[in-house]
Design a protein around this ligand. Structure first.
Ligand code: GLA
Length: 692
């Protein structure tokens, strides 16, 4: 007998067929089904035929396709006896706990004495799926996929995310073809190169319309994704932890959470579901009502050259511009004068700070800012007291290739975690620090999931001791951004690129998964240190104001004009961040490939801000009207060009919006759109809309 169970989030449904013998299979993942849908009929509607040259029954794509079922594709579970013999499990249902917020089903293999558990949780509008396996005696678990979900067939491509240092969140479309598309982050962190997200757009899906499904694997230790089109035409997508060196016999294993979103409002529906899920259910803010303070981070101002008198001057200027938190970056600890030494020696450098950090922190507090400190706990330099004392704490061989001159500590070792916890706790107890920038600047020498587990344990232990401290996840920019790390941190450093042109497109792509409230964005130096590009302050300031805003240049370089603009944009950020950080970011389609846009819409849709960036010179001579998205069509809005004063004097017939506000319905704004002024590349227009 097979029974059917459905799990609903507000906008999507999952339906599982659960036989008595065998594992369940997902027979429906899509827009929320009507209440009365007969699930058995649903299953019958898609029951397969059998053709010549095939087996006599079509093996289902279960939550973990098994060898025993002669599954024609990649298996969802690969197990071995410790002596190397393959194990062929075969499960039957044992029990279930069904609840509206999520359900758990348990299956057993009585012969091999295994238990498999499938759990499906409703997390806001998304689902989080997890699989776990327990064995009576230790076995080798070579691969256990998070619950496998068939991929839709009404699609010709997937959307993937790749990247590099200073170039995170690049989107590409990959056609479905027969066979396997395999992506692996093999070097122990989420990675710049393979962000663990996949979008499955149905044919006709656009930014704001059509059906899209999306997956995200919430794990910071390196993952594997395989998207497979089977010989019979069906499709499956598997996600799991990449395992390698850490493969030892064990009696238990749990995958990370696989998050699913599905919407018929196009890519923006996915963005909305993931952004709200991350903000309201995944990130645990110590004080969720506290607005995100404007940061000042000193990295690109002073690098390792810390002089307290200079830092005080910088802090004064940053506070005058509107900064509310001062983050002391790399360079404050014992002998850290460049990147060749000292990682691991988490003691304040008495040469640079003879009276410790207290005088600086007191000054920062006097200026009305809170204080944050940079750490890179999992790393060590050979030239450090820590390494000289504990060379055996190293992960991997001593003769491995260095990364940024540094090596990695083995986070699976209790004494390593205990030392780091002691040091971090001591500093957080001695000084009033409300924020940690937690960095991770190199890849691991080899895949080892225990490293990420050790990292999670350390952060969790530190948070238990200092629950009010906020943490930023940084890894040479965006190398450790995923929902697993966001369960324990409060901000991500999207990229080391402060080039606002690069940032704008990266931020816009990342918004498919990340809300503004967790996405750090800083106003960098006039000449960008990672691209060499010189960008106007107006553009740099507005790009940062669209996320969790901060400054990272040396404020002493600012001209009077630059300081005035930055102060004004920061003030605008402060008066709009409340609704922007509770709202959503939606992608605007632009008819002009040289123009990119996004909209921030408040929760109740009574206000919005449209940001339109001229990324390069357009091919045609006139700017094209920009159509808005996500508004209530029947509501009248008053729209104002916030930065009308930033025209360049090339506009010979200034557009209406530069003279006065306009009043239009949501329908009009979404169908004919608005005309913006002709602009130079690196101009960002800001339109504020309010419900009349
Ligand atoms: C990494 C980070 C930077 C900065 C440096 C400090 O590269 O991404 O923002 O903190 O480390 O060494």
């Amino acid at each position: 007998m097979t029974r059917f169970e459905r799990v609903d989030s507000p906008e999507q449904s999952l339906v599982f067929a659960i036989p008595n013998a065998g594992l369940p299979s997902c027979i429906y993942w899509g827009t929320r089904l009507p209440a009365g849908e007969q699930l058995e009929q649903l299953a019958l509607a898609v029951q397969s035929d059998v053709n010549g040259g095939m087996l006599d029954a079509v093996p289902a794509i279960t939550v973990a396709p098994l060898a025993k079922e002669t599954f024609p594709g990649q298996l969802g579970m690969k197990l071995r006896h410790p002596d190397g013999r393959g194990l062929d499990p075969s499960f039957e249902i044992e029990g279930a706990t069904i609840a509206s917020e999520g359900s758990v089903w348990r299956f057993v293999d009585p012969i091999l004495e295994l238990q498999y558990q499938l759990s499906v949780e409703v997390v806001g509008n998304a689902f989080a799926l997890q699989a776990s396996l327990e064995a009576k005696t230790p076995i080798l678990i070579e691969w256990l996929a998070a619950p496998v979900i068939p991929a839709p067939l009404d699609a010709v491509e997937t959307i993937e995310f790749s990247g590099r240092w200073c170039g995170e969140f690049q989107m590409s479309r990959v056609p479905w073809v027969a066979g396997i598309r395999l992506r692996e982050s093999r070097l122990g962190r989420t990675s710049h190169e393979h962000f663990p997200g996949l979008i499955l757009p149905s044919i006709g899906c656009g930014e704001a319309s059509g059906t899209a499904r999306a997956m995200h694997y919430g794990w910071s230790g390196g993952h594997r994704m395989l998207a497979e089109q089977l010989p019979d035409g069906r499709r499956q997508v598997q996600w799991g932890n990449v395992a390698d060196r850490d493969l030892v016999p064990s009696t238990g294993y749990q995958t990370s959470k696989l998050y699913l979103a599905c919407s018929d409002k196009g890519l923006n529906g996915i963005a909305e579901q993931f952004q709200l899920t991350v903000r309201d259910y995944i990130v645990d803010f110590p004080d969720s009502e506290r607005p995100r303070p404007v940061h000042y981070n000193c990295w690109e101002a002073v690098y390792f050259d810390h002089k307290p008198e200079e830092l005080v001057e910088i802090a004064e200027r940053a506070a005058a511009l509107g900064a509310e938190r001062f983050v002391l970056d790399d360079g404050w600890f014992l002998g850290r004068n460049d990147d060749t030494s000292s990682l691991g020696d988490w003691f304040v450098d008495q040469l640079k700070y003879p009276q410790g950090l207290t005088p600086l922190i007191e000054k920062v507090h006097e200026l009305g800012m809170s204080f944050g400190l940079w750490f890179e706990p999992e790393m060590v330099n050979e030239d450090s007291e820590l390494f000289r004392r504990n060379p055996e704490w190293l992960l991997g061989p001593v003769d491995q290739v260095r990364g940024r001159q540094q090596l990695v500590l083995d986070m699976s070792l209790g004494p390593v975690r205990a030392y780091l916890l002691q040091r971090l706790d001591a500093l957080l107890s001695e000084y009033p620090i409300d924020y940690i920038k937690w960095d991770h600047n190199r890849v691991l020498p080899h895949t080892d999931a225990n490293q990420a587990r050790g990292f999670y344990q350390l952060v969790d232990a530190l948070r238990a001791l200092h629950p009010r401290v906020e943490i930023e996840s940084c890894s040479s920019g965006g190398g450790r951004i995923d929902f697993g790390v966001l369960e324990r941190t409060h901000r991500v450093w999207l990229s080391d690129s402060n080039d606002a042109l690069e940032r704008f497109w990266m931020q816009r792509n990342a918004a498919l998964f990340l809300p503004a409230v967790v996405t750090g964005s800083h106003v960098g130096p006039r000449v960008c240190h990672t691209s060499g590009r010189e960008l106007p302050i107006e553009f740099r300031a507005w790009v940062a104001a669209t996320r969790h805003m901060g400054f990272e240049m040396d404020p002493r370089e600012l001209t009077e004009h630059e300081a005035t603009v930055l102060t004004a944009v920061t003030a605008w950020y402060k008066s709009n961040r409340d609704w922007m950080h509770k709202g959503t970011i939606q992608r605007v389609h632009s008819d002009d490939p040289a123009v990119l846009g996004e909209m921030h819409i408040s929760q109740d849709k009574d206000q919005f801000a449209l940001f339109v960036a001229q990324m390069e010179a357009s091919a045609q001579s006139l700017p094209l009207p920009v159509r808005m998205v996500g508004l209530d069509p029947l509501v009248q809005y008053k729209i104002t060009l916030v930065n009308a004063d930033q025209q360049h004097g090339i506009n010979r017939a200034p557009v209406a919006l530069t003279r006065d506000s306009l009043e239009l319905s949501g329908l009009a704004l979404m169908s004919i759109g608005v005309q913006l002024p002709i602009s130079f590349p690196a101009t960002l227009w800001v339109i504020k809309g309010e419900k009349l």
